[in-house]
Design a binder for this molecule. Structure first.
Ligand SMILES: [Cu+2]
Length: 587
């Protein structure tokens, strides 16, 4: 007798009281699996028509499915999992008429066992392989993570100026809900060292690329997640290798810096306009002052201008309308912070971090108003770092990982310890220690589940010895019980959010945990490369009312505070524990 028949015979006994002719049961519409801790995975699915019971099976580490449980409920907590292991699940409905087809879950990786200091430092998961050295990484509005290096996975030809090596890019798309990778290759442009943002319509826009060495391509490219396809945009006036892209409040995109087809600084910013054409900011040349043309740190200010925060020692506002105009220049802190980083952690407030060969110092900038920028020293990190990553967390803290002494393609002097800056206390706290160096060409992104994906580093060809085609997930302190008991915290559940938020409008969120919710945050989807995340932005929203299962929240008042586009929305309880984020569009 086969196992399916045995199950049905067992059910026959259980269900004898309600026996009768059953139509075939419907397959459960979806199976959701979420990790509650290193020991528990919660499964849930909607009731299927004509189901009398459900049968659940589990696959461990990609192995065959094996029976796990049966029952009449539409949820199940699997408490037999191990830490830091990959699982997937499937469920089907049963009745007298037989069994439905299987509904499969996405795959989950259980988090690592917490350390006693996890609530203070967070924890890194085990390093797992990645198809390439992730030097560029963007979170797309459908929740997938796109990453690439160049035409190949590890940079064998990055310095070769033969055009044959610069006609396309090997691009990876990863779904964090299924852990599946699939190719999304570009066949026109070597996207190594482009700038990139997620547009307000959900497409990725990338400008520039590599022609070998420091020579920049004049290409622009769109990737449309809805169609799963790349398309060329208009060619720029000149090439750009290492440009920064900035999404503007009017949905245009500012393109600044980079080096041209001859490897010389490209001195004229351009703007992608809403009609898809480019406008040259011929009145805002950048070759007349000390702008470092490699990924300049540009930010939209609360007054709707753009601010240059570095990495050179020059602070300056840019008016991007018309042909553009730079304002007066101000010194920052006397340092050239090449390959450091800068984060706008709150509208108008910027944390400038490290860089310039190993430097542990920080500088705080305030550009809330248009006058002279506020400049004051911030607290120093425990470690000097260059070539590191700086990522805004769901609670507005800044997580810094990786970095070394500034040497490219070298893992000597690697800083493995992470650090976390809290804007409330203006202090750094020690973070967990990673197992893999993340230096030049590494990236990090906040994922919708509130963890941080860290990856990449190297990309110097077959023989260089410092390529890191792998990733580690960082579990921040807010995912653990604040009492130091070494347990994962119970997370508030966000069960309903509008897909779009209108500026200044009040909207309603659904949460069974509404009474315990203390704050709501928006974090723009990240787009990171070379130590600078040019799309991330954090905003705390005003919580205006609470019901037993609803929250009334006010959207940002102006596109100057948060440009139109895609954001992760989190609700956080009174202990600071965030929900899983929902991707919403601000318009
Ligand atoms: Cu590079």
């Amino acid at each position: 007798m086969n196992p399916g028949k045995m199950i049905l015979l067992g059910l026959a006994v259980v269900l004898a009281a309600c026996a009768g002719p059953d139509p075939a049961p419907a397959k459960p519409a979806v199976l959701e699996a979420i990790t509650l801790s290193e020991r528990q995975v919660r499964l849930s699915w909607p009731a299927a028509a004509h189901a009398r019971a459900y049968e659940i099976e589990r696959s461990t580490a990609g192995g065959a499915y094996e029976p796990l449980a049966q029952g009449a409920a539409t949820a199940y907590v699997d408490s037999t999992v191990a830490a830091d292991q990959r699982y997937s699940y499937r469920v089907r409905a049963l009745n007298w008429g037989g069994a439905s087809g299987w509904a499969e879950s996405g795959a989950v990786i259980t988090p690592p066992k917490p350390t006693p200091r996890a609530h203070l430092e967070g924890v890194f998961g085990t390093a797992r392989s990645w198809p390439l050295v992730a030097t560029h990484a963007v979170l797309l509005p459908d929740g997938t993570l796109m990453s690439w290096y160049s035409q190949d996975a590890i940079g064998n030809h990055r310095d070769n100026t033969d055009p044959i090596y610069h006609t396309g890019t090997r691009v990876d798309l990863w779904n964090p809900r299924t852990l599946e990778h699939r190719p999304a290759n570009n066949s026109t442009t070597d996207l190594l060292c482009v700038g990139h943002v997620v547009l307000s319509d959900g497409r990725l826009f990338a400008a520039g690329g590599n022609l070998g060495g420091t020579n920049g391509s004049d290409h622009t490219n769109y990737y449309d997640p809805a169609r799963g396809a790349w398309a060329r945009g208009p060619d720029m006036a000149a090439g750009r290798w290492y440009p920064t892209l900035t999404l503007l409040p009017n949905e245009e995109v500012l393109i600044t810096g980079g080096s041209d087809a001859q490897g010389k600084d490209n001195p004229a910013p351009e703007v992608l306009q809403r009609d898809g054409t480019l406008r040259l900011l011929s009145n805002a040349r950048t070759d007349t002052w000390d702008l470092n043309h490699w990924y300049p740190w540009m930010f939209v200010t609360p007054t709707g201008r753009v601010f240059h925060a570095g990495s050179s020692n020059r602070l300056r506002f840019l008016e991007p309308a018309g042909q553009g105009a730079w304002g007066e220049g101000y010194p920052r802190d006397g340092k050239n912070r090449w390959y450091g980083s800068a984060v706008m952690y709150q509208a108008g407030k910027i944390l400038v971090i490290g860089g310039g060969g190993p430097d542990a110092t920080t500088t705080l900038l305030d550009v809330s108003a248009d006058g002279e920028p506020g400049v004051r020293p911030g607290p120093s990190m425990r470690f000097g770092r260059t070539h590191f990553d700086a990522t805004l967390l769901a609670d507005g803290r800044v997580f810094v990982n990786g970095g070394n002494d500034g040497e490219k393609f070298s893992d000597e002097a690697t800083v493995y310890d992470s650090e976390i800056w809290d804007p409330q206390s203006n202090a750094w706290a020690p973070g967990a220690r990673a197992s893999v160096p993340r230096n030049y060409h590494s990236t990090a992104l906040l994922l919708p589940d509130g963890t941080v994906w860290t990856a990449g580093g190297g990309g110097c060809g077959e023989d260089c010895g410092v390529n890191h085609p792998n990733y580690e997930i960082y579990y921040p302190p807010y995912l653990f019980e604040p009492d130091g008991s070494g347990r994962y915290a119970r997370r508030p559940s966000l069960t309903g959010a509008p897909r779009t938020l209108g500026y200044g409008q009040r909207f309603t969120l659904q949460s069974p945990d509404a009474p315990s919710i203390a704050s709501v945050s928006l974090v723009a989807l990240g787009a990171a490369t070379h130590g600078f995340n040019m799309n991330q932005r954090f905003m705390k929203l005003t919580l205006e009312g609470k019901g037993s299962a609803t929250l009334e929240v006010r959207a940002p008042a102006s596109p100057n505070l948060a440009p139109p586009g895609f954001y992760l929305l989190f609700i956080l309880d009174g202990r600071g524990v965030p929900s899983v984020g929902e991707i919403v569009r601000l318009e």
